[in-house]
Design a protein around this ligand. Structure first.
Ligand SMILES: *Cc1c(COP(=O)(O)O)cnc(C)c1O
Length: 397
């Protein structure tokens, strides 16, 4: 007899045997640098809360007020009866902030990518994707009927080679989509978006950037990667992002032309068939844009901490790879070394995660440190001194 669900425990056990299963750590309280995790007070260095906005008083107050006025749910998908004036206001504010004709919000960033990408390319079209793009892009690409190809990570010569060879092979592609992360989440490097846009323009290709880790971080006042490179939506046609990182709330979004937004909302199944974000989330996201516009110190603090910490760990002899952003990996080589480093830091009340194969190549295991605006210098100094002693103990430095 066939055992209908036997594979569940077998496959789970395989992950456990390879130490690839997730053991969840529980945060008992708000997401702040100092938090109680599984009953113990630790410093969190693995949060996407880059600007500390998850607990900003203006965002909390906006959520409370919106809950009083609108309740906690929107009651429907956007297309039926789930569009509130709050959603429209958020999209207007976001478009203004991004300098785009229009913006559209999705329930999550994952849904923006997995819902929109498959609609942009059909079976006579080509997608060219950076090999280290985020999983939500990979899923979006898999759901599309276009031909798929990848270029070497952030390698502009390889991008040009791939697009030239593809066009020679099949000159009649109707559309070409070049898609890339803006800031790469494992290495913290920034895509050469100016060159991607140039190569795109030479071939009449659409250019799509996922700026999840660049928003609130790069560009003027945290406006993101287009601002960082002084590009506009005529050169980079689709700017995608998420409110779940620096903005401190949750929700995906795209910005670009009016035509893009009208197309996206009529075609993305994840937009049409998934309920709209709840009022307290939408209101606090509007407040996050307010804070970005009126309180530039958060982005400045984030970068001051980033420069200070990166220099200190590099001076100690740690390898931070190609990091250019508040994502600072400490690359140590073998998986067991990365795990030992993370464990020893945790014993000493510092919470970071080891990133090992298959997320990165076998010889590039690391811990990934993420900076935040609300880390104090004294806290960073404490981390640096613990890294020095553990790094020596494990013979990393
Ligand atoms: C986090 C992330 C997403 C997904 O965003 P959510 O809003 O959390 O679903 C998409 N792309 C990249 C590059 C990300 O880092």
């Amino acid at each position: 007899m066939r055992d209908p669900t036997g594979f569940l425990s077998i496959e789970y056990q395989e992950l456990v045997d390879k130490a690839l299963d997730w053991r969840l750590k529980t945060i008992q309280g708000p997401s702040e640098p100092v938090a109680i995790v599984d009953g113990k007070e630790v410093l969190i260095l693995c949060s996407n809360n880059y600007l500390g906005l998850t607990t900003h008083p203006k965002l909390k107050e906006a959520a409370i007020q919106a809950t009083r006025k609108y309740g906690v749910g929107s009651g429907a998908v956007r297309a039926i009866s789930g569009t509130m004036d709050l959603h429209m206001e958020l999209e207007k504010r976001l478009a203004k902030f991004k300098g785009s004709e229009a913006s559209l919000t999705y329930p999550t960033g994952f849904q923006a990518n997995s819902g929109l990408i498959p609609q942009l390319v059909g079976d006579q079209d080509l997608i060219i994707s950076d090999e280290l793009n985020h999983g939500s892009i990979i899923d979006g690409v898999r759901l599309s009927r276009g031909e798929r190809t990848v270029y070497k990570h952030n390698d502009m010569n390889d991008l040009a080679r791939v697009i030239n060879e593809a066009e020679k092979r099949i000159p009649q592609y109707k559309r070409i989509l070049i898609i890339t992360d803006g800031v790469f989440s494992m290495d913290g490097d920034i895509t050469h978006l100016d060159q991607v846009a140039k190569i795109g323009a030479e071939h009449g290709a659409m250019v799509y950037v996922d700026d999840a880790h660049g928003e609130g971080v790069l560009g003027e006042g945290g406006r993101g990667i287009l601002s960082h490179f002084h590009l506009d939506h005529k050169r980079v046609h689709i700017e995608m992002g998420t409110f779940s990182k620096a903005y401190g709330t949750v929700g995906g979004h795209i910005s670009g032309s009016e035509d893009l937004v009208k197309f996206a909302l009529n075609k993305s199944r994840t937009w049409l068939l998934s309920s709209s974000p709840p009022p307290p989330v939408v209101a606090s996201t509007i407040a996050a844009i307010d804070v970005l516009e009126k309180e530039p110190q958060h982005v400045k603090d984030l970068w001051a901490n980033t420069r200070y910490f990166k220099k200190a760990v590099e001076d100690l002899g740690f390898n931070t790879g190609v990091s250019q952003t508040p994502i600072i990996p400490l690359i140590v080589g073998e998986s067991y070394v990365a795990k030992a480093l993370a464990n020893k830091l945790y014993e000493r009340n510092i919470f970071v995660v080891p990133i090992v194969f298959p997320m990165v190549s076998r010889d590039k295991a690391r811990i990934r440190v993420q900076m935040s605006a609300n880390l104090r210098k004294q806290q960073l100094d404490d981390v640096i001194s613990k890294l020095e002693s553990i790094g020596k103990e494990l013979k990393i430095i």
